[in-house]
Write a protein that binds this ligand. Structure first.
Ligand code: PLP
Length: 366
């Protein structure tokens, strides 16, 4: 069986270092914040070229805390792409605001910048571009629209850690960038984790307060916050893994290129990499009309695959109250029916990849 991702393969490749980091954290007696988290936050900030990084309990919390820090809530609107993980929409709703959805470019799966301005109203407060699958959104036009209409930018960079837009790291463009360290993300913890990054010291301070009950001083809450801290153990693990991120992303790029070379000639739609982007292939996504049949066939052949995502946010139950319906965002809806992720992770061997390719070939020639 070839799995979509193999987290133990990565663990085994750096087992000694990980075990040492875990054991030294256990010996340190520091489990909540403390030196491990502070060190990792510095490393993340320096990797992305931003001033502040704040470790949180998850990528979902990162979006919530970013929205809260920008005072977005009841009565506000936030523009998001029509094709993304539900958390992008769900977090906007959880702070009381309305997600206003804009369709995606059917090739890059990024928010279609030509459709953003038509979605702006007097209630719009922010845009959340999502660097979906590890490909960057088109940041310059988005930043320009934000400047023109006085909107904030929160980058959902959960899938794009290490990706670039015109040579600069995604997550470093907006007022706030959000990261997830969910185990399968390009930089994954062994549990949940996330972070927000910003260049604004006031926002950084506010987000630090929000992650611990709104405290400026211990036990003195200045506002209602959360308990949303990155575990020291996860920080130690992530600190150990971060130096490998570029090499792992490079591996993802090489394997994706190899998939492209074998699958494009079969008439399969393979991922694009726009000339402004450095894609880090969090997911390797192909597109086929007979997607469900291909997935069933691959399963039979012992090859895992997955649909990200079978339902676009506007058609999800919690968004019904906004009156969205089938047909509103045709590119996202079509993508939900035709896209399929094939096995991809840095430790995938060429032999395994060949098996995946052979299985797809066999399906196409049936
Ligand atoms: C994973 C992900 C999130 C949420 O991150 P968690 O750490 O799982 O909470 C948000 N947005 C996108 C696009 C994601 O892929």
């Amino acid at each position: 069986m070839i799995s979509l991702v193999d987290l133990t393969a990565q663990y085994h490749s750096i087992k000694n270092e990980i075990d040492a980091a875990v054991s030294s954290t256990l010996e340190s007696g520091h489990f909540i914040l403390g030196p491990q988290v502070a060190k990792f936050e510095e490393s993340v900030a320096s990797y992305l070229g931003v001033k502040h990084a704040i470790g949180l309990a998850s990528g979902t919390d990162a979006l919530v805390i970013a929205l809260r820090a920008l005072n977005i809530g009841e009565g506000d609107e936030v523009i998001i792409p029509a094709y993304t993980f539900f958390a992008t929409a769900g977090t906007v709703m959880s702070v009381g605001a309305k997600p206003v959805i804009v369709d995606v470019d059917p090739q890059s799966y990024q928010i279609d910048v030509s459709k953003i301005e038509a979605a702006i109203t007097s209630k719009t407060k922010a845009i959340i571009p999502v660097h979906l699958y590890g490909h960057s959104s088109e940041m310059n036009p988005i930043l320009e629209i934000a400047r023109k209409h006085d909107l904030k930018i929160i980058e959902d960079n959960a899938q794009g850690f290490g990706a670039e837009y015109l040579g600069k790291k995604t997550g470093s463009f907006g007022d706030i960038g959000c990261l997830s360290f969910f185990p399968t993300k390009n930089l994954g913890a062994y549990g949940d984790g996330g972070a927000v990054v910003t260049n604004d010291p006031a926002l950084a301070e506010r987000m630090r307060m929000l992650r611990t009950h709104g405290w400026k001083k211990k036990y003195y809450s200045e506002e209602v916050g959360y308990n949303s801290r990155l575990d020291a153990l996860q920080a130690a693990i992530l600190q150990t893994k971060l130096p490998y991120l570029d090499a792992w992303n490079e591996k993802r790029r090489e394997l994706s290129k190899r998939y492209n070379e074998h699958l494009s000639p079969l008439g399969i739609v393979t991922p694009v990499e726009r000339n402004w982007a450095k894609h880090v292939y969090h997911l390797y996504i192909i597109r086929v009309e007979k997607r469900d049949e291909l997935q069933a066939f691959l399963r039979q052949k012992g090859v895992a695959s997955e649909v990200y995502y079978p339902i676009p946010p506007h058609l999800a139950e919690p968004c019904r109250k906004f009156g969205y319906k089938e047909g509103n965002f045709p590119h996202a809806e079509k993508a939900a029916k035709e896209t399929l992720a094939l096995p991809l992770y840095p430790e995938l061997t060429l032999e395994q990849q060949d098996e995946v390719i052979a299985a797809v070939k066999e399906f196409v020639s049936k």
